[in-house]
Design a protein around this ligand. Structure first.
Ligand code: AMP
Length: 289
């Protein structure tokens, strides 16, 4: 495994790398979710590249950026354990050299949900991923379904800008109690950690309303107009409200293609929740096909 720090080193290493090349962008503090992406690439690609870069442009406040956990030595050991070939771990000024003045702004898909809750977030994400895609020139890049909207934003960007990298979404890796793995989980107090699986329970309660509605609709005399999206949101909110340490930011039942809020669920949908546990903001989602 080689660790590279500059744009130039990365570009030259990739010029001669065995193809196909798979790429896993991360912000470090690696966990089993990141490892699953690396393993996917390892299994499918001749060369696996991972990046470790805490991207200042995607944080809303300097405090949030400063709080983000980091441990490069541990991250490199994890990459080594997943047989990553190349790690790109640049300093900030290598990604954003003096005079850097370009922003990639993706349209409608980046505006609801996380886009509305965290202004500028997806501009930061799209800008850094565009730079990384250009430097790595990967055949495929792997992202977690845990950040469902992020995958959609990157896909839109790659398609619109004719980037040759295929964007692949991989399943969310969870703790045994259902909590999605996240670099932020380590900042939860023991009480908040015990409360956090409520996100998963709430999403599953939303799914259950959809399943029950679908069964009803199959009965004689029922139309196929789908289930009320408000009923799904209400079910999710009710479960969230059972946990006083969880403060809901948003509870969404949206069209899976546009992320626009639905009236009726009669096709593919995405349930998603963002909630604060103290100062720690967690997100999770559940796709409904
Ligand atoms: P991050 O380091 O948080 O920017 O995440 C890097 C990549 O890992 C993103 O594509 C995330 O969606 C993905 N990821 C984060 N958590 C998980 C998880 N629990 N399961 C699967 N992928 C994840």
């Amino acid at each position: 495994m080689i660790v590279l720090r500059t744009r130039g080193e990365l570009r030259s290493a990739l010029a001669t790398a065995a193809r196909p090349v798979g790429f896993v962008p991360t912000m470090g503090w690696l966990h089993a979710g990141h490892r699953s992406l690396m393993a996917r690439s390892r299994a499918a690609d001749a060369t696996t590249v991972a990046s470790i870069f805490v991207n200042p442009r995607q944080f809303g406040s300097p405090e949030d950026l400063a709080r983000y956990p980091r441990n490069e030595a541990r991250d490199l050991a994890i990459c080594e354990g997943e047989s990553v070939d190349i790690v790109f771990a640049p300093p900030v000024e290598e990604v954003y050299p003096p005079g850097f003045d370009t922003t990639v702004r993706v349209g409608a898909i980046s505006r609801p949900l996380e886009g509305a809750a965290r202004p500028g977030h997806f501009e930061g994400v799209a800008t850094v991923v565009a730079i990384l895609f250009e430097l790595v020139g990967a055949d495929r890049a792997y992202f977690g379904q845990k950040d469902a909207q992020q995958v959609m934003v990157i896909r839109q960007m790659a398609r619109d800008l004719a980037m040759p990298t295929e964007v692949i979404a991989c399943p969310t890796v969870r703790e045994p109690d259902g909590l999605a793995l996240s670099s932020r989980n380590g900042r939860l107090t023991p009480e908040q950690r015990a409360a956090a699986p409520v996100l998963r329970r709430a999403l599953l309660a939303g799914r259950a309303v959809r399943e029950a509605g679908r069964t009803d609709a199959e009965g004689p005399g029922e139309g196929s107009g789908g289930v009320s999206a408000a009923a799904l949101r209400e079910a999710m909110r009710r479960v969230l409200a059972t946990e006083p340490l969880a403060v809901a930011d948003y509870v969404s039942c949206a069209d899976a293609a546009t992320l626009g809020e639905l009236d009726r669920v009669d096709g593919p949908a995405l349930l998603s929740i963002a909630a604060l546990f103290g100062t720690v903001r967690l997100i999770d989602n559940e796709p409904l096909d």
